[in-house]
Design a protein around this ligand. Structure first.
Ligand code: F6P
Length: 549
């Protein structure tokens, strides 16, 4: 048995039963009472690490709730499980792999063994190679086939090979070299590549083909079309070596594509795609912000890693965030979590966290191979504030669903402009206050609101939020923030006793798509062997495709 895994069913544990009883006792307790009873609650239920301050006081938890949740974490062996991950044990049991994204940001002198081999020197070798390459692009020393310097970088990848780099590039744009244009192409819809390259000069364009496996349909299709686009302009096959580099674990396929493996940045099977951007998958980001800033970002990741590994669970940000999330998911029946960054630069964070969380914990089979009898990963969604306030916050305030929210904000803006930042942050604070405390019918009436409107203009409140505050959005803050969520996902996956590091659920659709591709190529409507709905849709598509021909 791997460290920390257990054969006891989660719902059979006494700690689970204690939480279920406790839920019955406190499910109707209002945040208004919790704050009234304890005037120091706001300062007390807060914790700070790696430059992030987490206020979790506006959650429907008491000291007893936290005690019971922490007891559950201990009972499932969370501490041993953390050590197993950091120690390179093969905790991804369905793929028999270690889970070592933490090694991607380990200091040079660290030693982390996988099958008896220290993987840290290899990590730094790749980081150094990336840095040398990034410097050559940034300085103009690396030129394209015609001798022109590279001004455009197009990252071709999907899922973890896209969402991490694009999210982090957007987040750290303020630190990027503005003379470089970065684009990210992921969708197999040709529109994505066509629009991304339409205004670019091929002679000044570098493609980074980012794919762990180097077999992903979308990425390889886009990469081949990008090569054709390049060769149409530059003619010479030799141009590929100057205009294409790869990030992959699969040197054989990289070479087969025609990319010199000298121009390949490697990683390892012990890094999951959705956990991979701090390593070579982030090379586009490193080109944009430079190696020094990139290392600062890794420092932020590392600070959160160390905190997660060493801090007592009661003061451990990822543990608290994970346990509180699980409390709503499993006991209150909350189905979703909203991620609400009050920073335009973090616009892609919700999409990034969507893959991180949903691909990791969207599982219903335990490590022991049984179906769970409890809820696992929530639906993750969100948008930057204040935009969301004018779109979907109505439902969070007055709808019938309980939606725990994470608000993320910064004390300083990177773009001071009049009083914009105070207005932005005032809205963040106001939203968490309104969600927690609401407005009673008495308060509404006292404002002189006509009686027919009173029930509509009252707010129940008691809607839970976390607030994460940092001084400023820096590369290090971003690293800490991403690591916080990575480890939160790990905490929850450990308690749910599922494998957060495989993704078999994406396979069936991929296989069926390949079968349909073959049928579309053949174009023979008589040979379709699907259900009546799929057959009819395919026939219609084939007929209209030909008609528009
Ligand atoms: O289909 C899901 C997935 O395997 C993700 O887990 C991964 O991030 C993405 O596809 C891309 O995979 P690759 O980097 O191998 O192209």
């Amino acid at each position: 048995m791997t460290a920390g895994t257990s054969t006891i069913r989660l719902t059979q544990r006494p700690e689970w039963a204690a939480l279920a009883d406790h839920y019955e006792a406190i499910k109707d307790v209002h945040l208004r009472s919790l704050f009234a009873e304890d005037p120091g609650r706001g300062e007390r239920l807060a914790v700070e690490a790696a430059g992030l301050y987490l206020d979790y006081s506006k959650n429907r938890v008491t000291d007893e709730t936290l005690r019971l949740l922490l007891a559950l974490a201990d009972a499932v062996g969370l501490r041993e499980r953390i050590e197993a991950m950091f120690g390179g044990e093969k905790i991804n049991t369905t793929e028999r792999r270690a889970v070592l994204h933490v090694a991607l940001r380990a200091p040079r002198e660290a030693s982390i063994l996988v099958d008896g081999e220290n993987v840290v020197p290899g990590v730094h070798e790749v980081l150094d190679k990336m840095a040398g390459f990034a410097d050559r692009i940034r300085s103009g020393a690396w030129t394209g086939q015609t001798g022109k310097r590279i001004r455009n970088i197009v990252n071709i990848g999907i899922g973890g090979s896209d969402l991490g780099p694009v999210m982090a590039y957007e987040a750290l744009r303020s630190y990027a070299d503005r003379d470089l244009t970065l684009r990210f192409v992921s969708n197999i819809d040709g529109t994505d590549l066509v629009e991304a390259t339409r205004d670019l000069d091929p002679a000044e364009t570098l493609f980074i083909v980012a794919s762990k496996t180097f077999t992903t349909l979308e990425t390889m299709t886009n990469a081949r079309s990008a090569r054709e686009w390049l060769l149409r302009a530059l003619g010479d096959e030799a141009a590929v070596a100057k205009h294409f580099v790869a990030v992959s674990t699969n040197a054989e396929e990289v070479a087969a594509f025609g990319i010199d493996t000298e121009n390949m940045f490697g990683f390892w099977d012990w890094v999951g795609g959705r956990y991979s951007y701090p390593g070579a998958i982030g090379v586009s980001l490193m080109i944009a912000i430079g190696p020094d800033r990139y290392r600062e970002m890794l420092g932020g990741f590392r600070a959160m890693d160390e905190h997660f590994r060493t801090a007592p669970f009661g003061q451990n940000l990822p543990v608290l965030l994970g346990l509180i999330g699980l409390w709503y998911d499993d006991f209150f029946g909350a189905e979703t979590v909203a991620i609400l960054p009050y920073d335009q630069y973090l616009g892609r964070l919700p999409s990034y966290l969507q893959q991180l969380d949903m691909e990791s914990n969207g599982k219903h089979i335990t490590l022991g191979g049984e179906r769970v009898d409890y809820q696992t990963g929530p639906v993750i969604w969100g948008q930057p504030g204040t935009n969301g306030q004018h779109a979907f916050y109505q439902l969070i305030h007055q709808g019938t669903k309980l939606i725990p929210c994470d608000f993320i904000g910064f004390a300083q803006t990177l773009n001071p402009l009049g009083n914009h930042h105070d207005l932005l942050m005032a809205n963040l604070f106001a939203q968490t206050e309104a969600l927690a405390f609401g407005k009673t019918t008495e308060e509404v009436r006292a404002e002189g609101v006509p009686e027919f409107q009173v029930p509509h203009r009252a707010f129940e409140g008691n809607r839970p939020t976390n607030t994460i505050l940092a001084e400023r959005l820096t590369p290090a803050t971003l690293g800490a923030l991403v690591a916080l969520y990575e480890h939160k996902v790990f905490v929850q996956g450990t308690i749910w006793n599922i494998n957060s590091f495989d993704q078999w659920g994406v396979e069936l659709g991929k296989a069926l798509a390949m079968r349909i591709v073959r049928e579309l190529d053949a174009g023979d409507v008589a040979q379709l062997g699907h259900d009546s709905s799929t057959n009819t849709l395919l026939r219609r598509y084939l007929a209209q495709r030909t008609a528009s021909g």
